[in-house]
Design a protein around this ligand. Structure first.
Ligand code: FSA
Length: 418
């Protein structure tokens, strides 16, 4: 089903994938593009509603590596995105052998594709040359330093400026919780909000992140999991010491950034995520996101441990904020961006962020909009093959994360929250 410039395109979910798609469609002069979200943008339940997200521009796999390079260009040049990108570099670190090997592969991918190799870091003194305030003992830490073309972005502000540009170009945003998907004769023809508003579509896009499973059966391709974050507040001297320093990303232990304009530093521990399975079930799509401004006590311990090893003076500071943040993993962690097989091209799914979607915000909408406009048989085959509807792969599901016990645990086992 192909579209013309007046077709009604409705996007359910105004987060990373939804807004990127909305912007790309408006920039290509589609007249009738509507984003529907339960909350005002920046939606309080979007995973991207966050003070900072890591912007990597290299990956160990060829497909994401090349897409990340394409995204980087826009982070640097596109007026909507460039003011939110902080090109401060990333210090990639590990304490375990397997994650160090991954870093070696990452560096090799860079070298083989003609980019500068990263600097090797083998001692605490090497780390301190890059981030002088790392006064911790950094036990068994090794890593690589990529000086530029990577860093972090102010994710929430990027959502806001994308929505602003979309509206300026004539896009429409409706605030309402989509409750029902409207169907007729085997086609999706729109959606209806809880408040009773009906919105017609020639093409409907579901880009509701971990909540997408509320609307359709994804045949267990989608596994909602949450991760944990905390903020601490720094004094002026501490802010100054970390100013413009690279993101410190330890594949085994977690990561943190310089402070934001509010003097707050965000810190995350690394682990394979928590599921939230319902009623004794354990198939992927019975894991349901719930929002919570709190984290398990064990996450606080892990976050403080990361600080003890790196910035010990900050390790006992009060958390001024903590929350869990939901992502949705596909079986192999490539996104799920395709037509839903049951509705003859009238419904597109654009989800399965797999915990690494945000860095692609400037570019992912290009490929989603191409699928929306041309249909699945006419998009680039490399993209199609990576992102297609693929329930046959669920039997090979992988967590593909380091940290903690290396397998996902469930929130029902968490007895203490902070
Ligand atoms: O560069 C990146 O995409 C970092 S993703 C950050 C993170 O917390 C992961 O470390 C975690 O494993 C999960 O995927 C959620 O996102």
């Amino acid at each position: 089903m192909t579209l013309d410039l007046n077709s009604k395109i409705v996007i359910v979910g105004g987060g990373t994938f939804g807004l990127s798609t909305a912007l790309w469609l408006k920039r290509q002069h589609y007249q009738n593009v509507t984003v529907v979200d339960a909350y005002e943008i920046p939606s309080k339940i979007s995973a991207a509603n966050d003070i900072n997200k890591i912007i990597q521009s290299s990956y160990t796999d060829r497909f994401n590596d090349s897409l990340a390079k394409e995204a980087l260009q826009l982070w640097k040049e596109d007026d909507v995105f460039k003011e939110h990108f902080h090109d401060v570099g990333i210090v990639y670190c590990s304490v375990e052998k397997s994650s160090y090997e991954e870093l070696i592969n990452l560096n090799e991918r860079r070298i083989n594709s003609g980019r500068n190799p990263m600097d090797e870091i083998t001692s605490p003194a090497d780390f301190r040359k890059i981030i002088p305030s790392l006064e911790g003992t950094l036990p068994n830490w090794k890593g690589f330093y990529q000086k530029d073309d990577c860093g972090w972005a102010h994710a929430k502000n990027a959502l806001i400026s994308t929505a602003k540009e979309f509206l300026a170009l004539g896009g429409k945003v409706i605030i309402g919780e989509v409750e029902t998907i409207l169907k007729q004769n085997g086609l999706v023809i729109g959606c209806q909000t809880k408040q009773g508003q009906k919105i017609d579509s020639n093409k409907l896009i579901i880009s509701a992140g971990a909540s997408s499973i509320k609307f359709f059966n994804f045949e267990d391709q989608m596994l909602a999991k949450c991760w944990t974050l905390a903020h601490i507040k720094l004094n002026d001297k501490e802010v100054e010491d970390l100013k413009n320093t690279p993101v410190l990303l330890n594949y085994d232990l977690g990561f943190f950034f310089e402070a934001d304009a509010n003097n707050e530093v965000k810190i995350c521990n690394e682990f394979p995520g928590y599921t939230n399975y319902q009623d004794g079930k354990s198939n992927a799509e019975s894991s349901i996101p719930i929002s919570k401004d709190s984290i398990p006590l064990e996450a606080e311990v892990a976050i403080r441990d990361l600080l003890k090893q790196t910035l010990p003076k900050l390790a006992t500071k009060k958390f001024v904020k903590s929350r869990i943040c939901w992502c949705t993993d596909t079986p192999n962690r490539f996104f799920l961006i395709d037509e839903h097989p049951d509705y003859n091209g009238s419904l597109v799914v654009a989800t399965g962020d797999s915990g690494h979607g945000f860095k692609f915000m400037p570019i992912v909408g290009k490929y989603i909009s191409e699928l929306v406009v041309k249909g699945r048989n006419h998009v680039n085959r490399d993209f199609f093959n990576h992102w297609k509807w693929r329930p046959e792969t669920t039997k090979d599901r992988t967590d593909d994360r380091h940290g903690s016990t290396n397998t996902a645990s469930d929130l029902k086992y968490i007895k203490s929250w902070i």
